[in-house]
Design a protein around this ligand. Structure first.
Ligand code: GAP
Length: 538
């Protein structure tokens, strides 16, 4: 599937718009249109229902070490700045960037890709300025030809080395041709860049009033751990789920909504006994992977990838990413949908004590003040847990399945997009564009059409529409040829279309058409609402 086609469908049919478009747009920010907002709400609702409200607290689910409870939370976006000190985000949440002195553009160090090429003893690392993965190879060739002043017919004089790799592997920057540069060696050495958005709380506006927009929802859960324990009867093991906006000042937002500066996360912090944390880690990796396949992502485009030790975040002692083969990536490459991390007791301990496990990474050793105490501190509150049955007191370990609602929505859209053939109103096969979304995710569950605008058909169709709308999102359309109306619903991902026709007037039956199989069958008008709600899981 070509990404441009999906992007254009999303705009044309009101799934996604560039934010602030009439002012030229704002890079890294996206608005969801009338269909998009329903799709994303359905993704979030499916997650919340499957992970929280419909979770069976009493049963031991397949693969789970024991039965567990799940509750929800909704914390604020702006929180006490000390939280980000203790979480490590203030000091460690950064990417490396490189600037180009010639083009004045800024790039994420690890995202610039290029390849070594030699021409007549001159060896240069040419980087690509292509946005789309499919154009990368062609773009590299064109840039190399231009750089060495060669014509296309002399392309075989270029001696390419190895594969296309990240700039992080090119040690000598003097021989690098930046993505938008004409000269060599215009990229600066990589520099750290904190990804948190800074803001000011209150009217005074001094540096003491600085605060941050949260870069993850997770910390809101950790700092409420005690509140949840004290206000409910949950016992370990239990999970707290939260979904909401997060903000990261990404250096190079790209690939549609995949890397945005404002996005939504769906996170669970699962608190368990340190001795059983490995088992829970395994459980959550598999549980979350299964959720994506249940929601329609194909197994062959999904993978679970365990992080190498050097790739682990500052808090993590084990992380696996659930990844999807997004169509904008080069063939064989996958992009992160969700991370499942074993965070140990890092977060609770640092919010409690403000000092970290002596075994943690060296860069996390806390700087000491003149009094010999850590320069920054935790809350000083006791965030340990006492098991009432055994009387054991411990700091729980945490397993964190952390998903992106926008990335999930994008993956579901990519998976659903399809072009196939369907008969038009004259029975002639025509190419159609269809979004084969899982019925739970589809923005509209059923569309209702009177075949013609006369003989009482619109009245019957409108009555059915009103009855159905009370149970599931429905759409009424009486305009244009019936084939055209089907096609519009196929593009919107509507799983069922119901037609009121001449036969309805005689025997009170209607036709239901299935979006994917194109099968059509008749049901009694009176049974139609029940049939649709049963099929879409209402
Ligand atoms: N609390 C852990 C955490 O935030 P993360 O891997 O940085 O971990 C979790 O983020 C998920 O949030 C990612 O797997 C991704 O789905 C989503 N996400 C992260 N950065 C994003 C961005 N810039 N744009 C869209 N989604 C993003």
């Amino acid at each position: 599937m070509e990404m441009e086609k999906l992007v254009s469908l999303c705009k044309r049919r009101g799934f996604l718009f560039q934010s602030s478009e009439i002012y030229g747009g704002l890079n890294g920010f996206w608005d969801y249109g009338p269909l998009g907002v329903e799709l994303k709400r359905n993704v979030k609702e499916a997650w919340w229902r499957d992970m929280v409200t419909a979770h069976d607290d009493l049963a031991t689910l397949p693969g789970a070490p024991e039965a567990y409870e799940m509750v929800g939370l909704d914390s604020t976006i702006i929180m006490h700045p000390q939280i980000w000190k203790c979480s490590g985000h203030y000091d460690l949440f950064h990417d490396y960037m490189v600037d180009c002195r010639e083009s004045k553009k800024r790039y994420r160090y690890d995202q610039v890709r290029g390849r070594w090429v030699t021409h007549r003893d001159r060896r240069v690392f040419i980087t690509s300025s292509a946005e789309a993965a499919e154009q990368e190879a062609e773009n590299l060739t064109q840039r190399a030809l231009k750089f060495f002043n060669l014509r296309g017919k002399n392309a075989e004089e270029l001696k390419w080395e190895g594969e296309v790799v990240s700039l992080t592997q090119a040690k000598d920057f003097t021989q690098v041709l930046g993505p938008d540069a004409k000269e060599l060696g215009t990229l600066t050495e990589p520099r750290e860049y904190n990804l948190m958005f800074k803001t000011i709380v209150g009217a005074l506006g001094s540096d003491d009033d600085a605060a941050f927009l949260r870069p993850e929802t997770a910390q809101g859960i950790f700092v409420n751990f005690k509140n949840v324990l004290d206000s409910t009867r949950v016992r370990i093991p239990f999970g707290v789920a939260q979904m909401g906006k997060s903000f990261r000042n990404e250096i190079t937002p790209r690939n549609f909504t995949f890397r945005s500066r404002e996005f939504e996360q769906m996170e669970i912090e699962f608190f368990c006994h340190p001795n059983s944390s490995r088992g829970w880690y395994e459980y959550w990796r598999n549980r979350r992977m299964r959720w994506y396949t249940d929601m329609g992502l194909a197994n062959e485009r999904l993978r679970l990838r365990e992080h190498d030790p050097e790739e682990l975040s500052h808090y993590s002692c084990g992380t696996a990413d659930i990844e999807y083969a997004f169509p904008f990536l080069p063939p064989g490459e996958f992009g992160e949908l969700e991370g499942v991390a074993h965070r140990g007791d890092f977060d609770l301990r640092s919010h409690m004590e403000g000092k970290l496990d002596p075994h943690s990474k060296p860069e996390l050793k806390v700087e000491l003040g003149p009094d010999g105490k850590p320069k920054w501190r935790g809350s000083g509150k006791d965030l340990s847990y006492r098991d009432e049955l055994t009387n054991e007191r411990y700091v729980p370990h945490v397993i964190e399945p952390s998903a992106g609602a926008d990335r999930g929505t994008l993956a579901f859209l990519c998976e659903a997009y399809c072009e196939d053939e369907a008969p038009d109103e004259n029975g002639k096969m025509q190419t159609r564009t269809v979004l084969k979304l899982h019925p739970r995710l589809a923005p509209i569950k059923a569309a209702i059409f009177p075949l013609v605008k006369k003989d009482g058909m619109p009245e019957i169709a409108q009555d059915l529409y009103r009855s159905l709308k009370k149970k599931a999102p429905a759409f009424y359309d009486e305009k244009g040829a019936i084939g055209r109306r089907y096609r519009r619903q196929d593009e919107a991902g509507t799983p069922y279309c119901i037609t009121i026709d001449g036969q309805t007037l005689q025997d009170k039956t209607v036709t239901i058409r299935d979006r994917d199989s194109l099968e059509q069958w008749r049901v009694k008008l009176d049974d139609c609402v029940e049939e649709i709600t049963r099929r879409v899981g209402g």
